[in-house]
Design a protein around this ligand. Sequence first.
Ligand code: PLP
Length: 392
Amino acid sequence: MNIDSLISQRAQQIQPSPIRKFFDLANATAGTVSLGIGEPDFVTPWHIRDAAMASLRAGETAYTPNAGTMELREAVAEYLYARFGLSYDPKTEIFITVGASEALDLATRVLLNPGDEMLVPDPSYVSYAPGAVLAGGRSVSLPTYAEDGFALRGDVLKAAITDKSKALILPYPNNPTGGIMTRPQLEELAKVLEGTNLPVISDEIYGELTYSGDHASFAQIPGMKERTILISGFSKAFAMTGWRLGFAAGDRRFIAPMLKIHQYVIMCASTMSQAAATEALRGYISGDFDDVQKMRKAYDERRRYIYQRLNNMGLSCFEPRGAFYIFPCIRSTGLSSEAFAESLLKEEKVAVVPGNAFGPSGEGFVRCSYAASMKNITEAMDRMERFVKRHR
Ligand code: PLP
């Protein structure tokens, strides 16, 4: 059988994640210190784990409603109101997904027709562009620049909009740059979008992890809520990556078709994970637990340290304001992003991710995650400093 010929063109068109490829290399190298991982190094707080165990003990092992338990949807609605002053109806405007990942896939699929274009700030998270291809469309890169803190500029957005543009992704706080968008910057984008029929998929998975000023949701910008599908989840803020739980909130005319696909493809998110996530949000909203604040404080200490070390060794970098990534410029070494990452791994056993894995504008940079222990970050910085000295 010629199985290769059976694989759809869409599936063939997308490439395995360049990040994975790099991790396989790093995992095969004994003694590697990794700054490559994009997930919290904390374990989910106990009270959240206990809630999942209580749910299991109570025998809650069946499917939940397709959209998720009403308790969790109500908790999400309360959270969005408490945090951003945004009102969503938990019955029709919020549903629970398998991570922000599923919500991103669904939003892309309900918006794109074959040939349509999704506008994606560059560099950004690796799954947006393949998601557009799998939906039959394609992604268009909107370059962002270190001198703008990697925020998307209004003029760049304006120049990119064509008849084929069908959606804009707003991935802030940003993976891999650590850039955020301030309210005035979001307002500038809103001005460009006013009068267009372009919806916004706002990926706010790192919304709880900002270090200077607060994260503003695009849906908070006057006039923008109707066109915004707000996507977030539990993976990053609550250290719950393995629980696979996220949510989407938006106008019911977006949510209903997303839910239709979710019903067929997923049925519902994991029942025990939903019990855990309800506890996570309740604890956060009530102020009874300060896990999020504690983890944010730890990331912030590491952020300050790594920022200083990288700049001191001559790798200039923009001070990240959100998520847990830093994106130093490595051009002073004369190496490409990939050559830098590969040689650093080979020579000093430190894993970072080449910036071009996140789009062409990431060339000349590497992504370091500071969701790692201070001990590992210190060791990685010592090794990297030696490496940079040799390659100057
Ligand atoms: N969006 C961004 C920007 C991410 O970095 C990630 C994971 O790294 C995701 C979405 C996926 O998150 P989840 O674990 O909720 O699927």
